[in-house]
Structures are given as structure tokens and as C-alpha cells.
Design a protein around this ligand. Structure first.
Ligand code: NAD
Length: 281
């Protein structure tokens, strides 16, 4: 049984990113990221802090735009428009979730699709579905990089993705389909979930329910990717019950230290990719 070490894999990619960013800087281009954060969601504060920290480590310029939760939608949209025009900014993130008073889809629709480094915009998602990939959403991209690093082939495999959100399950399913996997997406209305998950050569879980997937949900020798981040008694645990499945699976990503660090790395990878395109302008 192998534990897939996301922290280690992300560190390797970060080292390469750092070298590429230094090279780009010698050409006078400093990659830049603009983040819009509304309100004081505890998890968002942590995610943004981690993103900014890695930006600093890699040498990416960053600007954080903070708004109180009663901000008017127009004010946020004006900031998006300003960042769209800013030639020092390559990527724009609208940190999710936004307060209910704001329409996330509407605000996202103003982000210049060239700068959609989260890959959640309609243009990026449309290209992904059309198997003409542009910017890939960071969490699915991170999972793909982990599988590649471990030489786990997806072509021809039965892959079950549990969770159908726009930030994980849906783009991930499309990305795997583009690479020749047979993909099943399960969600909260799926009947007989266990029967479906037991068919999976690779089972990927992103539902936000602590330790939900036990050994009864998997087949012998399955590869398990745990996307879940659940805070329980001051600890972070995944959607998969690690202790229950450990003797039955072939490989598993731990929580923490699995998909999480890969997500931030691939986000900044996207920022660098956009910045590189400035060279050709
Ligand atoms: P979401 O709430 O937007 O979507 C959850 C999905 O899970 C839905 O499609 C829902 O139908 C499905 N679901 C819920 N309960 C289910 C059940 N009992 N059986 C089957 N399906 C069920 O969540 P999200 O934003 O996709 O996040 C999911 C989890 O992944 C959360 O814990 C989140 O914190 C985590 N996450 C981690 C990373 C990372 O970098 N590691 C990135 C994004 C999200």
C-alpha cells in the first residue's frame, strides 16, 4: 500500500516553478495574482493566507482586495474590471464562497477568461468539455499531476468521482474523460452508492463528509484520492476513513498532505502559464 505524498510532489513542482519564474523575471516579466476576498469566512482566510505565502516563496506578485460582507456587487465587479485591465496581473481569483447577497456566477462572468486561473469560468469549463483544454481548474489538475507522478494510468480505467461540484467533481470528470477513462459521477441523489464505488479502479471523493467512505465502499486494490477537508475537533480529516480502508487499497492520498497542497501549487502554475503568454504579446 502506497501513501501518495501530495506535500512532496507539490514541493517538487514548486521548485521547478521557482526556477521558471526567476527566468521569466530576467525577461522583465513578474507573474501577478489578484485575489478578491469578501467577508471573513474562516476557511477562506486560511486558503488565501496559504496562497499568498506560496506566492511569496515562488516570487509571484500578489494583490489582495478585501471587502466587508455588505459590499455592493458593483464595487466587486469594478475591482474585477480594474484587474482585467492591469497588465501586471495575470490571474484573478474570486475566493469562494461569497456572501449570499452577491451572485458568484455574475461576478465570475466579468473575469477576463485569459486570467481565469481558477478555471471555473464558463469559457474555461466549456473548452474543457469540448476536449480543447485551456486553463484547468486547480484541484482536478493537481489530482491529475499526482496520478502522473505515481505513474498511475487513467486511460481505460473505471474511475468513480463522488461529488459533482463545479470546482471539483464536474471539471475532474471531464478531464479524466479527455484522457480515456470511463468516468462515473456520483452525488447526493445517487442510489446504491456502494455498488457504484466498488466498481472503481480509482475512486475520487469530494463531498465534504468526514470519513464517509469506509472499506465497504471500495474494491480490493483500489486507488483512493481523498479531496475532502473537514474540520473535526481542531483536526483536519478527509472524506475517506483512512484507518478503515488502509489494508484494502493499493494507494491513498492522506488528509492533510494530499490533494490540498497540490491545489495551491497548480493554481500558481496556472498564473505562471498565463504570465508566459505575455512574452509573445
Ligand atoms: P460541494 O458542497 O460544492 O459539493 C459536494 C458534492 O458532494 C455535491 O455534488 C453533493 O451532491 C455531493 N455529496 C454530498 N453528500 C453526498 C453523499 N452522502 N453521497 C454522495 N454525494 C454526496 O463541495 P466541494 O466544494 O466540491 O467540496 C467537497 C469537499 O472537498 C469539501 O470537503 C471541500 O472542503 C473539499 N475541497 C478540497 C479541496 C482541496 O484542495 N483539497 C479543494 C476543493 C474542495
Amino acid at each position: 500500500m502506497k501513501i501518495i505524498d501530495g506535500t512532496l510532489i507539490s514541493k517538487k513542482i514548486n521548485e521547478k516553478l521557482k526556477i521558471d519564474i526567476e527566468a521569466l523575471k530576467k525577461e522583465g516579466i513578474i507573474p501577478g495574482l489578484g485575489i478578491i476576498l469578501v467577508g471573513h469566512d474562516e476557511a477562506s482566510e486560511i486558503y488565501v493566507r496559504n496562497k499568498l505565502k506560496l506566492c511569496d516563496e515562488l516570487g509571484i506578485h500578489h494583490e489582495l482586495y478585501r471587502f466587508s460582507s455588505d459590499v455592493r456587487e458593483e464595487e466587486v465587479i469594478d475591482t474585477v474590471k480594474k484587474l482585467n485591465q492591469d497588465t501586471n496581473i495575470d490571474g484573478i481569483i474570486i475566493q469562494s464562497p461569497l456572501p449570499d447577497s452577491l451572485c458568484e456566477n455574475k461576478i465570475m462572468s466579468y473575469v477576463d477568461y485569459h486570467k481565469d486561473v481558477d478555471g471555473f469560468g464558463i469559457y474555461s469549463l466549456g473548452h474543457l468539455l469540448a476536449n480543447d483544454e485551456e486553463i484547468l481548474a486547480a484541484t482536478p489538475y493537481g489530482i491529475l499531476k499526482m496520478l502522473e507522478h505515481e505513474n498511475i494510468v487513467v486511460d481505460g480505467k473505471n474511475i468513480v468521482v463522488v461529488g459533482a461540484s463545479i470546482i471539483v467533481g464536474r471539471p475532474l470528470a471531464a478531464l479524466l474523460l479527455n484522457r480515456g477513462a470511463t468516468v462515473t459521477i456520483a452525488h447526493s441523489k445517487t442510489k446504491n452508492l456502494k455498488e457504484i464505488t466498488k466498481m472503481a479502479d480509482i475512486l475520487i471523493v469530494a463531498i465534504g463528509k468526514e470519513k464517509f467512505i469506509t472499506k465497504d465502499y471500495i474494491k480490493d486494490g483500489a486507488i483512493l484520492i481523498d479531496v475532502g477537508i473537514n474540520r473535526v475537533d481542531g483536526k483536519v480529516v478527509g472524506d475517506i476513513d483512512f484507518a478503515s480502508v488502509i489494508d484494502k487499497c493499493d494507494a491513498i492520498t492522506p488528509v492533510p498532505g494530499g490533494v490540498g497542497p497540490m491545489t495551491i501549487t497548480m493554481l500558481l502554475y496556472n498564473v505562471l502559464e498565463v504570465a508566459k503568454k505575455r512574452r509573445n504579446k
